[in-house]
Design a protein around this ligand. Structure first.
Ligand code: MRU
Length: 355
């Protein structure tokens, strides 16, 4: 199964997305043109998953820059920054959003001496490079992830970190697809992932359409399946990882990590280095997104499941403390505690930049 989640239109003036809010019932592609449509797609989770948001935002900014009508680089850059800040405000937790927008801006600065028309083309090709790099990173992460498990293992997943949340393969779901290609049998237990059901709607969709053995469970059943000895490892993705290894991911992830520790099951976080925020010392520095209570009280139900006046909080992410994480799997290798030391060895250039 190869579904394309994000792609630039042939003329480079709009972006085609697969609307992930309609899955699994509808495979709906949408063409987006305006800054407001790009913002809405990120905010409403039509495009979602940290790497996919970053890829989409890079295309979006490059497309918007293509419409800036000026011959002056300074004016071009100030309009670029306005678009960048607007898109970046759509969701706060996934660091890839801001990082990829910054990368487009830096690329513009590096090429500021080009005529504006050529500069616009440069930005589009930088967005394409971001997309291509993600495909390669996902492959490497999947390969390292696969080395942590063996033929016949069963793995619990939370949320969705497959091809639709990234590019090809995915991160936390990548080892399943790679295993399938290599004739290795892995079985997935997928948390439904309340309240937006990314596990039920998207992860099981991707896995079962690819012929991978997967079983859907409610989030509240994770403890029971672990206790029954059905789970050999947990694979989750990440939206922002602090330098000490604390990892923000979809709400409910930290609870799964606590359960895994209790039952002695390895808990792995898989993500590209673009998801490590080298400016966050610990998980306390990570901003958690809060979303509308309708997502809990009515969105996926035929009628309300709580009175409208009932108070509700809807944090979209939580932070798993590094001591509950067995390893963090990146495209350059597998990091283990103490994570800062491990990150320093694999990503020395990031620490040089900080000095
Ligand atoms: O709110 P979402 O669906 O964008 O959240 C996505 C997740 O939490 C994923 O698990 C994470 O981004 C990793 S995607 C490779």
């Amino acid at each position: 199964m190869e579904l394309i989640n994000v792609r630039l239109s042939a003329g480079g003036n709009s972006i085609i997305i697969l609307n992930q809010t309609r899955l699994p019932g509808k495979t709906e592609y949408k063409e987006l043109c305006t800054a407001e449509e790009f913002y809405h797609a990120i905010y409403s989770l039509e495009v979602r998953g940290a790497p996919c948001i970053g890829i989409f935002a890079a295309y979006a900014l490059a497309v918007l820059c293509g419409r800036i009508d000026t011959g002056s680089f300074e004016e071009f850059r100030s309009q670029l920054i306005r678009y960048k800040n607007y898109l970046n405000s759509a969701r706060p937790t996934a660091v890839n959003l801001g990082k990829m927008l910054n990368r487009i801006e830096s690329h513009a600065v590096t090429h500021k001496n080009l005529p504006i028309d050529k500069l616009k083309k440069e930005l589009l090709s930088e967005a394409v490079s971001i997309h291509e790099e993600d495909k390669q990173m996902c492959f490497k992460i999947s390969d390292y992830g696969l080395s942590l498990v063996k033929d016949g293992d069963s793995i619990l997943t939370h949320c969705n970190a497959g091809p639709l949340a990234t590019s090809r393969y995915g991160t936390a779901q990548g080892p399943f697809f790679l295993a399938k290609e290599r004739g290795i049998s892995l079985k997935a237990y997928c948390d439904e992932t309340r309240p937006l059901l990314q596990g039920a709607r998207i992860t099981t969709y991707e896995l079962s359409k690819s012929g991978i053995d997967c079983t859907l469970i409610c989030d509240s059943m994770a403890s029971m399946v672990m206790k029954q000895g059905l789970i050999d490892a947990v694979f989750v993705g990440c939206d922002r990882v602090a330098v000490n290894g604390d990892a923000a991911n979809k709400i409910g992830t930290s609870g799964v990590a606590v359960l895994a520790k209790y039952y002695g099951i390895p808990f792995y976080v898989l993500g590209p280095s673009s998801t490590i925020d080298f400016s966050c010392r610990t998980g306390d520095d990570i901003e958690i997104e809060y979303r509308d209570s309708s997502e809990i009280k009515s969105l996926f139900f035929s009628g309300p499941v709580a009175l409208p006046e009932v108070k509700c909080i809807n944090p979209s992410f939580d932070v798993t403390p590094n001591e509950l994480i067995t390893a963090i799997v990146t495209e350059r290798g597998i990091c283990r505690a103490p994570y800062e030391d491990s990150f320093r060895k694999l990503f020395p250039e990031q620490f040089t930049k900080l000095l």
